[in-house]
Design a binder for this molecule. Structure first.
Ligand code: FAD
Length: 448
């Protein structure tokens, strides 16, 4: 058996999941199990793959293994911006070629359509998938220049947007922090933990042939056995004709894409629910999302749902080839979140953060996915380059369409990408990436 060298570890409790009621529990895999399809990983990519399988191969048996609990991993830790427009985290801004951008927009909208259709089919609460758009917020001349360049590109693409001045930003957010903004109507805002939980519920209870989902069931080894794959967990052996590996950066733990995947963490904190007096002092609209004009700045969201009306702030980036971060790191970045919160919302000086967490992202040096049929019947839907709500959804769908030989635009696009580029040796890559991240955070300055 080929051993899986490392299992995922998530640090800090994600507020998105904690504010929901008790999560539906799925059993751990036990004994000998046989299936037509085995999906490994219960994030956007894995759950979307399972959903697409129910659509294309409804009569087949489908097993999904999640190492931890649904909603506790990175898919339940992100800020929930499912973005249609190009948003290149590894680039310096938002420029790109017009044709390439048009293709990416149409694919990202396909992912959004998939999430919206799943929300209807599985009768998800409206906060799970909320098409309210987002605002690229600027705080100074540099942010405004970013937004002007971005708007020029949207003009070229024929995409809609609306400029907001400082007063309109205040009407939206209640904050005087932003000097202007660019409203981008196409973003869909997810309550990420709710969305993945509801997908899991739908797949396991609302399908004619339900998916067999196992939690706390990490794949620990795998090998080819005849014309099937055998995958082990601590208490089970699963034989499947085809495997879809949807574990993002942990593809490396399976022995694939070695020295080609960059493991980056970012961090977030969620406020306590705002009471009526605090909401009155803040003003603004009940739900909005601000991405920073400089990609390294703070992402800020106000969300209203099952956990009340809360504000979530995400900032700070670290490069961690070990794919793990300490509780101490999360605690120290919580102070950065509190500072960013106080700068934006001085009228909420009595509001505390209740949850802080960090989460893994997987990037490649040339911003391409780790996608394809790696060995006969073993498919990869990994490396979402930090934009996993849309790209993870697409790679999960794409892996299934590739495996079922459906010649789709998603498969064509994902297969047209180069392989992830080789990285320098780890100490050099770590040093280089850390310097770049620190320099870019410094450059983002006021937007943090
Ligand atoms: C704080 C933060 C904010 C973010 N904000 C955004 C945002 O606003 N918009 C956006 O698009 N993206 C955002 N991201 C990134 C996004 O969360 C990821 O890109 C996305 O989760 C990747 O989806 P995925 O399904 O490929 O991988 P994951 O969500 O990581 O899912 C992979 C799953 O595989 C499981 N797994 C790993 N190894 C094994 C194994 N051996 N056996 C079984 N299961 C295994 C893991 O437990 C995990 O649940 C953010 C990330 C963070 C941390």
């Amino acid at each position: 058996m080929r051993q899986i060298s490392k299992l995922p570890r998530d640090t800090g409790i994600t507020g998105w999941n904690a504010v929901l009621g008790v999560a539906p529990a799925y059993p751990a895999a036990e004994g000998d199990i046989t299936a037509d399809w085995l999906v490994i990983g219960g994030g956007f990519a894995g759950l979307s793959a399972a959903k697409r399988l129910t659509e294309l191969r409804g009569g087949d048996s489908i097993v999904l293994l999640e190492a931890g609990r649904i909603g506790e991993g990175p898919a339940g830790r992100n800020s929930g911006f499912m973005i249609d427009l190009p948003h290149e985290l590894s680039g310096d801004g938002y420029s790109g070629s017009a044709d390439g951008d048009r293709l990416q927009i149409s694919l990202n909208r396909h992912a959004q359509g998939f999430a919206k259709a799943a929300a209807v089919e599985y009768e998800m609460p409206s906060e799970a998938v909320d098409p309210i758009g987002r605002v690229n917020g600027a705080v100074n001349a540099s942010g405004e220049a970013h937004n002007r360049a971005y708007a020029d590109q949207l003009d070229l693409l024929g995409e809609a947007y609306r400029r907001l001045d400082a007063d309109e930003m205040k009407e939206l957010t209640g904050s005087e922090f932003y000097s202007s903004g660019l409203f981008l109507p196409g973003a869909v805002m997810l309550q990420p933990a709710l969305y993945v939980r509801e997908l899991a519920v739908g797949l396991t209870t609302k399908q004619t042939h339900p998916v067999s989902l196992y939690e706390n069931s990490p794949a620990t080894g795998y090998d080819r056995q005849g014309d099937s794959w055998l995958v082990t967990t601590p208490r089970a052996r699963i034989a499947a004709k085809r495997v879809i590996m949807a574990v993002n950066g942990h593809a490396q733990s399976f022995g694939f894409f070695r020295q080609r995947l960059m493991h980056v963490f970012t961090y977030a904190s969620m406020s306590e629910p705002l009471n009526a007096a605090q909401q009155g002092r803040l003003g603004g609209m009940p739900a909005w999302g601000i991405t920073p004009a400089d990609p390294m700045g703070s992402t800020v969201r106000r969300h209203r749902g099952e956990g009340g009306s809360r504000i979530v702030i995400r900032n700070r980036w670290t490069y961690d080839p070990s794919m793990e971060v300490s509780e101490g790191r999360v605690a120290s970045f919580r102070r950065d979140h509190e500072r960013a919160f106080r700068r934006r919302f001085p009228m909420l000086d009595d509001v505390a953060m209740t949850h802080s967490w960090g989460g893994r992202l997987c990037l490649s040096r040339n911003s391409v996915p780790a996608f394809g049929e790696l060995e006969p019947g073993f498919f990869s839907a990994c490396c979402q380059n930090g934009l996993g709500t849309a790209k993870g959804t697409l790679s999960g769908i794409g892996a299934v369409e590739l495996a079922t030989r459906s010649n789709s635009p998603i498969v064509q696009d994902l297969q047209s990408c180069d392989a992830p580029q080789l990285l320098p040796p780890t100490p050099i890559a770590r040093l280089g990436a850390t310097i770049v991240l620190k320099w870019r955070e410094w450059k983002a300055g006021a937007e943090i």
